[in-house]
Design a protein around this ligand. Structure first.
Ligand SMILES: [Zn+2]
Length: 319
């Protein structure tokens, strides 16, 4: 059966790319999101994958750009639907939010086809996403520094929690954040439609990060093997799971020295960072409230009072 996504159309054993039209830009030109359809020679499940719903998060685009040329539809069972760049307007100007309506795309799902710019893009991509059996929404910790992890956002009491957690484990970055996300996330809205969905969060950087892109590519192929799109055995490895997340801001202005490295275990009461003057005089020290793992931190050393410094993931277990 022919599978169509926007202007892309592929028969079994074929791959095609095209555009999913969503509206017009300010000069009246029609614009479309870049899309790909990989239609396997054999029937099977459908996977939906999207990248750059936050316009400055390019590692997911790096993953898609590397995965697609490696896919041979003749050897695939099932279908892969891909939107390569979701936040079209943010991507053009390398910004996190959609500059047309100053909205974070991953708060606009499931969207509204007659709504704001972000709501319309969300609605168009949600319609594609909900054709699938599994969803990967590729993200990263924006331009801050972050470990590679996969987020399960439906919440532990959701009927699909077990299936989302399984998908996160199969993707296999090593770390899982299992915490209900804010309204408007694709990983919140799609499980409500009965589709297991996760947010792989591939590090954090300005531009590309080779290590994180590689983990993302590996994760996609793990999913393709485990769910029967590709031949081969896939045995998920135990992951380090966090169920809480504590954020720390600067108690004073100055320059930050972070003590633990990303991924280090920290104990309650242990020093996380010190703020100094430009002359190296210590001003304030901040300690961890709970045992956990240093998960994310700011990239630039200079801070104003109250400015974000780092996050510690808590309630750690193996899953
Ligand atoms: Zn993101």
């Amino acid at each position: 059966m022919t599978t169509t996504l926007g202007t892309a159309s592929a028969d079994p054993g074929e791959i095609d790319t095209g555009r999913l039209e969503v509206g017009e830009t300010r000069d009246g030109s029609p614009f479309g999101l870049p899309v790909a359809v990989v239609n396997g020679a054999e029937s099977g499940k459908t996977l939906y994958m999207q990248a750059a719903s936050d316009g400055d998060e390019l590692n997911g685009v790096g993953v898609v750009r590397r995965v697609v040329p490696q896919l041979d539809p003749a050897e695939l069972s099932g279908t892969i639907l891909i939107v390569g760049i979701v936040n079209y307007h943010g991507f053009q100007v390398a910004e996190h939010r959609n500059p047309i309506d100053d909205t974070k795309m991953n708060r606009a799902y499931p969207g509204n086809a007659a709504g704001t710019s972000s709501e319309r893009i969300a609605a168009a991509t949600f319609e594609v996403a909900t054709r699938a059996d599994l969803i990967l929404d590729l993200h990263q910790g924006s331009t801050s520094r972050m470990i590679d992890e996969v987020r399960v956002r439906c919440g532990t009491r959701h009927r699909l929690h077990g299936e989302c957690l399984e998908l996160a484990k199969v993707f296999g970055c090593g770390y899982i954040l299992d915490q209900k996300g804010p309204d408007g996330q694709l990983a919140r809205a799609a499980p409500d439609e009965g589709i297991p969905t996760v947010d792989p969060e591939l590090g954090g950087c300005v531009g590309w990060d080779e290590t994180s892109i590689r983990k993302g590519v590996e994760g996609v192929f793990n999913v393709l093997r485990y769910y029967g799109f590709l031949e081969g055995e896939e045995t998920p490895e135990p992951q380090t799971r966090a169920k809480g997340f504590e954020q720390f801001g600067a108690p004073a202005g100055g320059l930050v020295d972070l003590e633990p490295d990303l991924g280090d275990r920290v104990s309650a009461g242990e020093t996380l960072f010190t703020v100094t003057t430009p002359f190296g005089e210590p001003k304030q020290t901040v300690t961890a409230d709970s045992d956990g793992i240093l998960w994310r931190s700011r990239r630039l050393p200079q801070v104003a009072t109250g400015e974000y410094v780092c996050s510690v993931a808590t309630d750690i277990d193996e899953y």
